[in-house]
Design a binder for this molecule. Structure first.
Ligand SMILES: [Cu+2]
Length: 124
């Protein structure tokens, strides 16, 4: 009986690993960190991220859609990922302090701040 329980635990663990980047529902396989933003469905998670100067932020696409990470025209720092396919990633290093808005060219709209699929990186 003990042995059976151990085996069941192993199977459950494997099932969880297979969920990485799987499916379109929920958060996919991407888990945000202090320097990582996830693309989930048609939004960025978290929407607001605060980092220190000189830090590289990565955006991981945990959805089943193609997105972009494009700096807003209201942002003083310009960056543009181009297309980030599902399971793809993009990173940008912020060397200067400030508040930088960005959006997805497919699911958001530029503005100050941008709307729809959009986010903000605060560098301090
Ligand atoms: Cu998008």
């Amino acid at each position: 009986m003990r042995r059976f329980a151990g085996l069941l635990g192993t199977v459950l663990l494997l099932s969880c690993n297979n969920a990485t980047y799987g499916g379109g529902g929920g958060g996919g396989g991407c888990t945000p960190t202090a320097t990582k933003v996830c693309m989930v469905g048609k939004s960025f998670s978290p929407t607001n991220l605060t980092i220190s100067t000189g830090t590289a932020v990565s955006w991981d696409n945990g959805s089943t859609l193609t997105h972009t990470v494009t700096s807003s025209s209201s942002s003083t720092e310009a960056f543009n990922s181009g297309n980030v396919a599902p399971a793809g990633t993009y990173s940008h290093t912020f060397a200067v302090a400030g508040t930088f808005h960005y959006f997805c060219q497919y699911h958001g709209a530029d503005g100050n701040p941008p709307t729809g699929m959009a986010g903000t990186i605060t560098v301090q």
